[in-house]
Design a protein around this ligand. Structure first.
Ligand code: ADP
Ligand code: ZN
Ligand code: ZN
Length: 736
């Protein structure tokens, strides 16, 4: 007799363990690890889905065992690697195994396949159905008109229950089949292999280093620091080509597919239909199709955002993480995994070579490279050998000159000149989490969303105030709700305002705008970028959306309208983020023969991150920043854990959190943990739920995590915390 270890597909913590089932004889030959099965579960033996994560000859328990009912697919949906990874993730990110498995499997697998009802073998006998079986008779009548019929149609339009269909099917009057609908995938037909280049000697050296690691037993992740325009993408494609030659597969992670269409196209040009692309706007069905193609080995390269790190390949040779410093690699929802950490774990589990590339690596990553945890590779030269000239423009001088426009005289002149040369311009608004708010000039009152406690954002087109957290909208009041004055004004610069100002100053220029408002529909990113690439506009105005990976040879001028916006946040990463954004956007200028120019408008030109961005000097920036982190005991010299409590009753949230903090104090006594708070979260209310948090710093991640979860466990044993939600985040991108 055989026994199977099974994880039940229910998210509750109580069932987050392995259950043992008997494998019935008829399934003995077919069952294997990683398969999806149907099992009776719980007291009612309700049919439930589960995953086989082990098979043995002995039962792992002495309890009475139930039998597996059926196999759901003909092949294992989970690879050995993914099972091992899930077990590791569960410990690392404090979540259930089911949470982890759901990252690895497309949603659709959980039974959303279309069912069809056909006329059965004994359909003719359906005349003999008793008149009292009204519903059964109705099905037969409908099937006489048309066959097959969709199951959901019968349910929604005719209220036909599953029992009705089952009793008809048992008598073979009808037949039920399942079918998947085929869907359009990202078009990989449009590939053009002629567009690839031969590597330069500098690129070749890097490629050779990475390839020689393939068979090595002493693997370390590579950190590839290559200045913007140094040709990192070609390095990636050459390395992948070699992996494929050796019968392996490749995963390419990009921060966001829609923002990097050119990068994706280069992979398609090189590998054609061997590539599959996942993205966040895909339907569940599309995702499933791609997943299957990868699982069946019909494709060998998967490109996508962080979730693509779970590509169901059997033999991953290389994992590329482009723009590795991007915050999108960290998941904000459970399980709160970091795709970079998963990649490094995959290197350990299945020997994949990991390459993380960036012009401006995360401070933590470069620190690891300096300390030998990563291997550093560098590309120091642009392919065209021309770095853009970067200037800072001190905006304080403009006020003295009486220039109240958001464009300095220098930037205005540069725009004029570039337009005359018939070249293109990018105007960039350094806006991450900052927005145009409306306030009273007399008393300072700021218009705020009542349920989220964040300031409303002013939308010029609809002339309304919109909350970016919950979507609530309001008219702008005529007078200040607080003091009654009529001086209600909006502050800060939005992309709309920039566009308006450009239209005023340069009425002949054709302007495109790219931000969250203009890119709501599925294909809008690509359309805007393509239009700009085709030269249908002279100026592209945008937020950080346009900072990444774009390669427009005709752009010779980049203007950063307000560099300081992201510097003035309270986050310890604000200097790093600002430096990275400025470097990225500067990298968009002068990518062709002609070279290019960048103007950074700022009120603090002496700030080190502006200074080094201007000099294009990552290393000096890193030296200064790492000293600051060391002195302040910020990551990488510590780990920061945020425990956030939220709930509808603020008093309860606060009192629970204070009692939890007492546990932290008690068990942390005499240890070198630093507790900050408890206090209200930066956004203290979202969708009518109050949010308070406590921050704990510690030097060792593992110890810090164990300490916090120990305290949580003790706390939850003592208190009934049903009314509040507890979330724990290790080293969050932004402190909530
Ligand atoms: P990065 O990602 O490092 O900013 P890209 O990969 O976008 O740089 O490359 C910059 C430009 O140089 C692209 O237009 C690319 O096609 C081109 N390029 C890259 N490698 C070569 C090469 N070996 N020969 C000629 N052109 C190249
Ligand atoms: Zn007022
Ligand atoms: Zn709101």
């Amino acid at each position: 007799m055989k026994y199977a270890e099974i994880i039940i597909e229910i998210k509750a913590k109580e069932v987050d363990r392995v259950f043992c089932y008997i494998v019935p004889e008829k399934l003995e030959d077919k069952i294997c690890e990683g398969m999806r099965v149907s099992v009776p579960f719980g007291r009612g033996s309700r049919p439930t889905e589960g995953y086989v994560i082990g098979i043995s000859d002995k039962p792992s328990t002495t309890h009475t065992l139930k039998e597996i009912t059926a196999l759901k697919d003909e092949f294992p949906v989970l690879t050995k690697t993914s099972i091992e990874l899930a077990k590791w993730m569960r410990e690392k990110y404090y979540c259930t195994l089911t949470d982890c498995l759901q990252c690895m499997l497309p949603k659709f697998i959980w039974g959303k396949v279309v069912k069809y009802i056909h006329r059965g073998k004994n359909f003719a006998e359906g005349d003999n159905i008793s008149k009292s079986a009204v519903k059964q008779a109705e099905v037969i009548r409908l099937l006489k008109e048309k066959s097959p019929l969709r199951r959901d149609f019968l349910r929604n339009e005719h209220k036909i229950s599953y029992e009705t269909l089952k009793s008809l099917a048992d008598k073979n009057i009808i037949e039920i089949t399942e079918q998947e609908e085929s869907r359009d995938l990202y078009n990989t037909e449009n590939s053009d292999p002629g567009l690839t280049h031969n590597p330069t000697p500098e690129q070749q050296r890097v490629i050779v280093s990475i390839i020689s690691d393939f068979e090595s037993n002493d693997k370390k992740p590579f950190l590839l620091r290559g200045v913007t325009g140094s040709g990192k993408t070609l390095v990636y494609t050459e390395v992948i080509a070699e992996a494929l030659k050796r019968g392996k597969q490749a995963v390419v992670l990009v921060p966001e597919i829609s923002l990097t269409p050119q990068t994706v196209q280069r992979f398609i040009n090189r590998f054609g239909s061997l590539v599959t692309v996942t993205h966040s706007k895909m339907t569940d069905g599309e995702r499933l199709d791609q997943w299957k193609k990868a699982r069946r080995g019909q494709v060998s390269v998967m490109i996508g955002p962080r979730s693509a790190v779970f590509a169901p390949f059997d033999n991953i040779g290389v994992i590329i993480i482009d723009e590795e410093h991007e915050h999108t690699y960290k998941s904000e929802i459970t399980p709160k995994y970091d795709a970079r950490e998963i990649a490094v774990k995959l290197q350990e589990i299945c020997g994949a070579t990991v390459v993380m590339g960036s012009a401006t690596p995360a401070i933590e990553s470069f620190y690891r490279a300096e300390n030998g945890i990563y291997k550093l590779l560098e590309l120091n030269n642009r392919i065209n050998m021309k770095m853009p000239e970067i200037y800072a423009v001190d905006m304080r001088d403009e006020i003295v000159l009486g220039n109240k426009s958001m464009f300095s005289v220098k930037l205005q002149n540069a725009i004029k000149q570039t337009l005359e040369q018939k070249k293109q311009i990018i105007l960039f608004l350094n806006r991450r989490g900052h927005s145009t708010f409306v306030s009273c000039r007399r008393c300072g009152y700021v218009m705020t969303c009542e349920s989220c406690s964040v300031s409303y954002t002013y939308h010029m087109k609809e002339n309304r105030l919109v909350c970016h957290y919950c979507g609530a909208a309001e008219k702008i009041p005529e007078v200040c709700p607080s003091c009654g004055s009529a001086y209600i004004k909006y502050f800060g610069a939005g992309t709309e305002k920039i566009t308006q100002e450009v239209n005023k100053l340069f009425p002949e220029a054709r302007v495109l705008r790219m931000d969250a408002d203009t890119t709501k529909s599925k294909d809008s990113h690509r359309q805007i970028l393509n239009a700009f690439a085709r030269g249908e506009a002279d100026i592209l105005v945008g937020t950080q959306m346009i900072a990444k990976g774009l390669d427009f040879p005709n752009v010779v001028l980049v203007g950063v309208v307000a560099a300081d916006l992201s510097l003035n946040s309270s986050d310890y990463r604000s200097a790093e983020n600002t430096f990275q954004l400025l470097s990225q956007v500067s990298g968009r200028a002068g990518r062709a023969e002609s070279g290019g120019k960048v103007l950074i408008q700022t009120y603090m030109p002496e700030n080190y991150c502006i200074k080094y961005a201007k000099q294009n000097d990552y290393i000096s920036f890193y030296r200064e920043e790492i000293e600051f982190r060391r002195q302040m005991k910020y990551p990488p010299f510590s780990h920061i854990c945020v425990v956030l409590f939220s709930g509808e009753d603020e008093k309860k949230v606060i009192s629970f959190l204070h009692r939890f903090a007492a546990f932290l104090d008690f068990y942390g006594k005499g240890k070198d943990y630093e507790k900050i708070g408890p206090g209200a979260a930066a956004v203290s209310k979202i969708k009518d739920r109050f949010r308070h948090r406590v921050i704990i710093k510690g030097t060792e991640e593992e110890k810090l995590k164990n300490y916090i979860f120990y305290c949580l466990e003790k706390f939850q044993k003592k208190e009934n915390t049903k009314e509040i939600t507890i979330s724990v985040t290790m080293n969050p991108t932004y402190i909530p």
